[in-house]
Design a binder for this molecule. Structure first.
Ligand code: ARG
Length: 458
């Protein structure tokens, strides 16, 4: 097959080289972005009289026709044409001849592919934002329905202080909110048009990159043509943002896997989100969560692959950069899939409120509240810590809770531990005693819920 660059070649490309260098198998999914950018480019060429209005009409008509065929699955791609860009151009030339041959005026595949990828990333960012919002809504709904339940709060995986389930669920809503902010920030840097940089140096033809940038909805046009074709940091940044999302999902997954074990038994995952065992008839496994956790590693791998691919590249375009799409698409697909299943899985899971409440009776989680009781009476905190520590030691030896200690026993640790002290004890009293900003009290939870309700509405 005659290559578009065939002029200076006397031999055909080695067949293995065709297979080795092709990117069509990966980048064909960029066809929409490629066609959209080509339409904007052709319009600019017509405005600048580099093609006629008739040629513009021919190009636009054929490109739309080609897009329709790709969508129907009737378009025939050829690997010999390397990538999606040359496949579309060849099809255009086949249909409209010279008008098609003029489309690549004042354009290179280098600025073309950079433009397609930027359009794709921008579109994906918007999609991810919607998926993240869905997960936030699912968590907020869960917090509204079951959020008043008390549960053990953990540090080091040991019982620490009682908290409200809603408070714990909203912690993830905060993480996902920052993920959305990061994506929004990344979008600003991705939303810059590289089209018009051509191969690397710009062009001697009277092109108008700024109008193309506006036409494609970019916030601005590149300022340095060499940078425009060699920059992929926007893609790295996007994959970093995806890695952070994957990490957040993986933490939630890990926690929920533990919570749904028999040892904890805090959480009942909906059957439709579980799978079974081929040998053990009783099994109900949290595979969705495990894959969410497991695939996080793939996304980190994509990030490292991208960073490593770029680190040794001299300016400007190098073919190494073709590999960016594999990592980029894989990371976006992986995180997109995980996010879209997460929302429904969260919605359908049921917390076992009685189990959560029972667990709050273990581990002397009210010890800090008892120390605070002493502090309110003027005891220095360090001393209060020692006093309560001795009370915990006694209760643990008796296999009892702090509130099971008799008034005499309490008094033996400090004169100030009067009968009033009982009002500081027990998980319910602890939770009601929380006062501070953003704490796990019912009032603060209500404030947080109100904030998220209005933040996520509309
Ligand atoms: N398929 C190539 C890529 O993805 C398109 C750019 C090719 N440019 C070149 N000078 N060979 O990067």
């Amino acid at each position: 097959m005659q290559k578009p660059w065939g002029g200076r070649y006397q031999k055909d490309t080695n067949e293995q080289v065709e297979q080795f260098t092709e990117s069509l198998s990966v980048d064909r999914r960029l066809y929409r972005q490629d066609i959209r950018a080509s339409l904007a480019h052709a319009e600019m060429l017509a405005r600048r009289r580099l093609i006629t209005e008739v040629e513009l009409a021919e190009i636009s008509g054929a490109l739309k026709e080609i897009e329709g065929e790709i969508e129907e699955g009737t378009f025939e791609f050829s690997v010999a044409l390397e990538d999606v860009h040359m496949n579309l151009e060849a099809a255009l030339i086949e249909r409209v001849g010279d008008a098609g041959r003029k489309l690549h005026t004042a354009r290179s595949r280098n600025d073309q592919v950079a433009c397609d990828v930027r359009l794709w990333v921008r579109w994906q960012i918007d999609a991810m934002d919607g998926l993240l919002r869905e997960c936030q809504l699912a968590l907020v709904e869960k917090a509204e329905r079951q959020g008043q339940a008390m549960m053990p709060g953990y540090t080091h995986m040991q019982h620490a202080q009682p908290v409200l389930l809603g408070h714990a669920l909203l912690a993830y809503v905060e993480m996902l909110h920052r993920d959305r902010e990061r994506l929004d920030d990344c979008r600003r840097r991705a939303n810059v048009s590289p089209l018009g940089a051509c191969a690397l140096a710009g062009t001697g033809l009277p092109a108008d990159p700024e109008s193309v940038a506006r036409e494609l909805g970019f916030e601005r046009c590149f300022t340095n043509s060499i940078d425009a074709v060699s920059d992929r940091d926007f893609a790295v940044e996007f994959v970093f943002d995806l890695s952070m999302i994957a990490m957040h999902l993986s933490r939630l997954a890990e926690e929920w896997i533990i919570w749904s074990s028999h040892e904890f038994d805090f959480l009942d995952l909906d059957e439709s989100f579980c799978t079974g065992s081929s040998i053990m008839p009783q099994k109900k496994n949290p595979d969705v969560l495990e894959l969410m956790r497991g695939r996080c590693g793939r996304v980190y791998g994509d990030l490292v692959a991208l960073l490593t691919m770029l680190k040794g590249l001299p300016l400007a375009y190098n073919r190494d950069m073709q590999e960016d799409k594999k990592s980029l698409f894989d990371a976006a697909d992986t995180v997109g899939d995980a996010l879209s299943i997460a929302a429904e899985m969260i919605r359908t899971a049921e917390f076992k409120e009685q189990r959560l409440a029972d667990a709050c009776e273990l581990g002397h989680m009210d010890a800090t509240a008892l120390a605070d009781f002493l502090v309110k009476q003027g005891i220095p905190f360090r001393e209060a810590h020692q006093i309560v520590g001795r009370a915990v030691l006694q209760a643990a030896a008796d296999g009892a809770r702090l509130e099971d200690l008799s008034p005499q026993q309490l008094k033996s640790f400090s004169e100030l531990l009067t009968e009033d002290a009982y009002r500081a004890l027990g998980p319910q009293n602890c939770i009601e005693s929380y006062r501070s900003h953003g704490s796990s009290s019912p009032g603060e939870l209500e404030k947080q819920l109100n904030r998220w309700r209005s933040e996520l509405s509309g």
